[in-house]
Design a protein around this ligand. Structure first.
Ligand code: GDP
Length: 594
């Protein structure tokens, strides 16, 4: 009966385009598209989707699938096991409310660096630095501090699924107490499950009140040890340079419990903690090595960017040839500027690097597309709310003239059933504000020759807002048309296959009935749907038999046996076999042309 369910599962890669999925599943593209829309994913034919989405679509279409094995491995190559290998310097992030003294504290800690002092204090800001901390007992230990804002680090870790910190320092100013970003920082830390301590800063200031800080933190379930909790507190004054060695000692205490490790002989993995375009060196990135040893000459994959390490420098600006786990180094020799938080892995050669980065690019893109926050959610809400399905769009153009022209054309695309809702329009560049507007409305951004500010692009990536750029108007209109068409509910066509009459009932079980019929017109085909008499209820013909042989088809005038799953029949009733086809619909043509 359930013959098809026993077929071997179809093997799917970790990422593939809608078209490739349809081909692999041997289903028409429109069927796959409507299954995607049903699941809230808006994708065009060439857009990539990830395995997770593809498998949901496949199961909707009644096809069993499984992930290709080696691809699975490649995906996990970017995830690090921080507890394997040799002890490495802990990585520390400082976060807290603005103006509570994060930068001053990081500067004060940096000043304890011996090398910098000896070499005359020349340091370069590469997003992280290292200092030697001296515990009360035992040998001095290296500690790596990220000097980029902690909030960003946590957001990037979440976006990229990377880990870049072992210990967090929650900074709270002694004279100001818990403020909104303090609360946000606590949420970040707790969500990521990172061990942390509190540094009460500005202890020298007039209104300093440690007890008030402890009280306010206790209200947020951050309870000091001397208040019966398990959070250690340090008290510092960056201005007077006080409390820094004690703070470092507490950092070591906490990191010793976390036991950060990294295997210098393992496969290379790291994370990008800073990147920019340098006039002298081209694209550079600071990589925090987590596993393996990064060497000059290594081939790298930094998500969608590739590279071969041409030059490597530590935070003193000193050239180095190797970097072991826990060490930040700036590398040159990259194909582009990787985004903050990108996972870094090694590659055999240039070809391997390119292939891996291409796969990463597609995977990331697919993931972004499938983020539930996308426009899709809003579209669904709109669909649930009313009859008209709306496609929310933020439209940006380079000049007013193009904006007016496109707006006018778009307004013509809207029809009774589906419509475009222009959430916001603007001229000039696409800014972070535009991205936020789009996100809150669940809209996608359509930009015509409007430059996307790099910060806006990064935010869009992070929030999962789709930004599409065009420089040809009709391509823009075509894509929006396709998007609108995918919102139209497909047309359902019923094709009659054949008719017959019930001659006998052989067996009736709870699930199935086996009946004998004579085909009176058309033919009977296994797998068709059926109705009994005039009833609207339908079921499926599971199996068709001629005498004792299972067959696919039975011609008119022939007697046959049917195993039916659905409404039951009685002798003498008429049976109609049919097939339904769902056909995607096209928008009604726009009058007046483009
Ligand atoms: P951030 O925004 O958290 O990085 O804070 P900053 O480090 O930029 O410091 C904000 C302000 O607080 C600046 O005006 C600093 O001079 C001041 N500040 C920082 N640390 C101390 C401190 O230990 N004592 C006093 N009195 N002021 C401080």
């Amino acid at each position: 009966m359930a013959e098809s369910a026993q077929e071997a599962p179809v093997v799917l890669p970790s990422v593939l385009s809608v078209k490739e999925l349809a081909e692999t599943l041997e289903r028409p593209v429109p069927d796959v598209m409507s299954a995607l829309i049903k699941n809230g994913v808006m994708a065009t034919i060439n857009q990539d989707i990830d395995f997770e989405t593809a498998s949901i679509i496949a199961s909707d279409l009644g096809i069993a699938v499984e992930a290709a094995p080696d691809e699975e491995k490649q995906e996990t190559a970017t995830t690090v096991k921080p507890t394997e290998g040799k002890p490495r310097p802990p990585i520390v992030t400082v976060l807290g409310h603005v103006d509570h003294g994060k930068t001053s504290l990081l500067d004060a800690i940096r000043q304890t660096d011996v090398v910098a002092k000896e070499s005359g204090g020349i340091t370069q800001h590469i997003g992280a630095y290292q200092v030697e901390a001296k515990p009360a007992k035992g040998k001095p230990q290296l500690v790596t501090f990220l000097d980029t804002p902690g909030h960003e680090a946590f957001t990037a870790m979440r976006a990229h699924g990377t880990k870049m910190t072992d210990v967090a320092i929650l900074v709270v100013a002694a004279d100001d107490g818990v403020k909104p970003q303090t609360v946000e920082a606590i949420d970040h830390i707790k969500e990521a499950g990172v061990p942390f301590l509190v540094a009460v800063t500005k202890m020298d200031s007039e209104g300093a009140d440690v007890n008030k800080v402890k009280q306010e933190l206790a209200e947020r379930k951050v309870i000091a040890e001397d208040w019966g909790g398990d959070v250690v507190f340090a008290q510092t004054s960056a201005k007077k340079g006080e409390g820094i060695p004690e703070l470092l000692e507490l950092v070591l205490l906490i990191s010793d419990l976390a036991e950060p490790k990294g295997d210098p002989d393992g496969d290379l993995s790291g994370v990008v903690i800073e990147s920019r375009l340098s006039r002298a060196k081209g694209a550079v990135a600071t990589i925090l090595v987590q596993q393996g040893t990064l060497k000059v000459g290594d081939y790298l994959v930094l998500e969608d960017v590739t590279g071969r390490v041409r030059l490597m420098e530590d935070w003193h600006g000193k050239r180095v040839t190797e970097a072991t786990p826990g060490t930040p180094v700036q590398v040159a020799g990259l194909s582009g500027v990787p985004s903050y938080g990108s996972a870094v892995i090694g590659a055999k050669d240039e070809k391997d690097a390119k292939a891996k980065s291409e796969l990463n690019r597609r995977q990331q893109h697919a993931k972004r597309l499938n983020k539930p926050k996308l426009s899709v959610e809003a579209i669904k809400r709109a669909v649930d709310a009313g009859k008209v399905k709306r496609l929310p769009i933020v439209l940006m153009a380079d000049v007013k003239g193009s904006l007016d022209a496109i707006e006018n054309s778009l307004s013509k695309l809207s029809q009774d059933e589906v419509a475009i809702s222009l959430v916001h329009t603007g001229v000039g560049t696409v800014s972070e504000n535009d991205v936020r507007t789009a996100e809150s409305a669940g809209a996608m951004i359509v930009s015509f020759r409007a430059r996307v500010e790099p910060t806006a692009a990064a935010l869009a990536k992070q929030l999962g807002v789709q930004v599409s750029n065009y420089d040809v108007i009709y391509e823009l209109l075509d894509d929006v048309t396709v998007a609108l068409e995918t919102l139209l509910s497909p047309e359902i066509i019923v094709n009659e296959v054949g008719k017959g009459e019930v001659l006998a009932i052989f067996r009736t079980t709870k699930k199935n009935q086996i009946i004998g019929c004579k085909v009176t017109s058309g033919k009977f085909v296994a797998g068709s749907e059926y109705r009994i008499g005039d009833s609207k209820e339908s079921g499926t013909v599971k199996k068709l038999q001629k005498v004792d042989e299972t067959v696919e088809e039975v011609a008119s005038g022939t007697e046959c046996g049917l195993t039916i799953d659905g409404p039951q029949a009685e002798v003498g009733q008429k049976v109609t076999l049919f097939r339904t086809i769902t056909k995607p619909r096209k928008l009604k043509p726009v009058t007046g042309g483009k």
